[in-house]
Design a protein around this ligand. Structure first.
Ligand code: SAH
Length: 192
């Protein structure tokens, strides 16, 4: 069966993230992606995970503690637009899950401006063959504007330096999420 956007995002991470890598979870949420990344990078790697809601940090902290993965994860209670304050070396991957926290406050959503700021900060730090994955949920109020901003941002990246794909089911009800993947080319000439 064709994978959901969420499952496919994990496949795209598993293909490239290896022990020792430095990676970013830009939207911790309930911590599923943080857990996957922490497992993939192992104790010699590191995950920088961001969320603006204490509820997300608490859920993620508990999930990681149960799996004994906390030692190589930084849970950062701040917006991903500040990623450059925490991460400077090259990163292998970053993942975003946009929208609101499931079972949380539906009024607290990711926003086009800050999502774009985070992407702009991450791109120059992306290692060759590294990937930024964005799973864009857009059925909520404000979601369509964010989707448009992401689509435009991704589509305008220069082909010389990045491969950019989108993945979506086009015959489903209820606006299933759309996945974007930005892959830095191995041969990218400039560092951006
Ligand atoms: N819609 C997805 C989950 C999205 S969770 C699903 O259904 O599976 C999105 C998370 O991003 C929320 O936990 C929210 O608190 C967080 N968030 C919102 N703005 C943020 C920001 N600027 N930086 C980091 N996290 C943010």
């Amino acid at each position: 069966m064709l994978p959901t956007a969420m499952h496919y995002s994990h496949t795209l991470l598993k293909e490239i993230v290896q022990p020792g890598h430095i990676v970013v979870d830009a939207t911790m949420g309930n911590g599923f992606d943080t857990e996957l990344l922490a497992t993939l990078v192992g104790p010699k790697g590191h995950v920088f995970a961001f969320d603006i809601q204490e509820q997300a940090l608490a859920a993620t902290r508990q999930r990681l503690a149960e799996k004994e993965l906390l030692s190589h994860v930084s849970l950062i209670h701040r917006g991903h637009e500040h990623v450059a304050d925490y991460v400077d070396g090259p990163i292998q991957a970053a993942i975003f899950n946009l929208g609101y926290l499931p079972r949380g406050d539906k009024g607290i959503i990711t926003l086009p401006q800050t999502t774009k700021q985070a992407l702009e900060a991450l791109l120059p730090r992306l290692a060759p063959k590294g990937r930024i994955i964005i799973v864009c949920y857009y059925g909520h109020q404000g979601g369509a504007a964010e989707l448009a901003a992401i689509q435009q941002f991704c589509a305008s990246l220069p082909q010389e330096s990045y491969n950019v794909m989108s993945y979506q089911f086009i015959n489903q009800r209820n606006q299933p999420p759309i996945l974007y993947c930005i892959e830095r080319k191995k041969t990218a000439l400039t560092f951006n």
